[in-house]
Design a protein around this ligand. Structure first.
Ligand SMILES: [Zn+2]
Length: 322
């Protein structure tokens, strides 16, 4: 069966885990639950335990990194902090994001290249992929295979795959003054402070502001709509989802903590003139209840397969298996 043009893929951390990236729920334990923790990370862990998770002793195993970032944002907004304390808080957040982005660098997320190339090969030009992942697995596979792709509003739109990275991407930077999003190429993937150590300074091409920020932020209620490109991507995602005939969720469980994402799917399902067929490739743990709730009129098929298992069931080399 050939996949129609209005097939949408929605990818989460379970998509990238076969390449070595951590699942959302594993990020914090990968960072903190290891031997030989550096003094800075030990201090960060103690601070987070004490200030954000005092009633949750096992937070490293239970919460995802987006929740920590959201709580840091709330802390910044609702605590009366002096300049020194804000600086300390920003430094702690920066350390957390630096170690997190290190986990996702292309040289570390490089297992199973054939799996991702096979997936990329099964996609059709003009398809939309919505992803909450920051890593560059797909971009790398597309480049290796010569498959055209683009990020809307950045670079030239082409008839290739449309990639919507709703939480940002390792290779994108934004201007804190005017909000303009920059793409310098796949080789720029580190935090701006790490780049500065290599004497690489990123300036805004629109307003000449010195010092761009990394677009690897989970959109919290405070931040999400400040960056026009990101706002535009969320809107395109809504349009695409509301016109979709089939939606494949791969390794993405619509976490209830991500209110904006839950609203996006909910709103798209209500806008749709005809409900899409929904496939869940979220592994055996996910019961699919949340998806069934959102796409109430659709037929939700929970395969209970992981991405790898689902790809293994591929029988026809020209299509992606159902
Ligand atoms: Zn600017």
């Amino acid at each position: 069966m050939v996949i129609s043009m209005s097939t949408i893929y929605v990818l989460g951390s379970g998509f990238s885990s076969a390449a070595g990236a951590p699942l959302s729920r594993q990020v914090l334990s990968r960072i903190f639950c290891q031997d030989n923790l550096t003094p800075q990370l030990t201090e960060l862990q103690q601070w987070l335990s004490c200030h954000l998770f005092s009633r949750r002793p096992r937070w490293q195993e239970e919460v995802n990194i987006e929740e920590v970032l959201t709580r840091l944002d709330l802390y910044r907004h609702y605590q009366a902090l002096n300049a020194e304390e804000i600086k300390d808080l920003n430094n702690r957040e920066e350390l957390l994001l630096t170690v997190f982005t290190q986990l996702l660098q292309p040289e570390r997320v490089n297992l199973n290249p054939n799996l991702y190339r096979r997936f990329a090969n099964g996609l059709k030009p003009g398809m939309t992929i919505i992803t909450y992942n920051y890593d560059l697995l797909l971009e790398k596979s597309f480049t290796q295979l010569g498959i055209p792709y683009y990020y809307p509003q950045l670079g030239d739109p082409n008839d290739g795959i449309r990639l919507l990275k709703l939480h940002g991407s390792l290779n994108l930077y934004f201007c804190p003054k005017c909000g303009y999003v920059h793409y310098f190429g796949q080789e720029y993937t580190h935090r701006p402070k790490v780049l500065v150590q290599k004497e690489i300074l990123l300036n805004c091409i629109k307003c000449s502001e010195n010092g761009l920020e990394h677009l690897t932020i989970a959109p919290t209620l405070f931040k999400s709509y400040e960056i026009p490109t990101l706002r535009n991507w969320w809107f395109i995602a809504l349009q695409a989802l509301s016109g979709a005939t089939e939606v494949f969720f791969i390794g993405y469980s619509v976490p209830r903590s991500d209110l904006l994402a839950a609203q996006l799917f909910d709103f798209a399902a209500r806008l749709a003139s005809k409900p899409p067929k929904v496939w869940l490739i979220n592994g055996p743990r996910n019961d699919g209840d949340h998806h069934v709730q959102i796409f109430e009129d659709s037929k939700v098929v929970n395969t209970r397969l992981t991405f790898e298992q689902w790809m293994e069931r591929k029988t026809d080399t020209s299509t992606i298996p159902r």
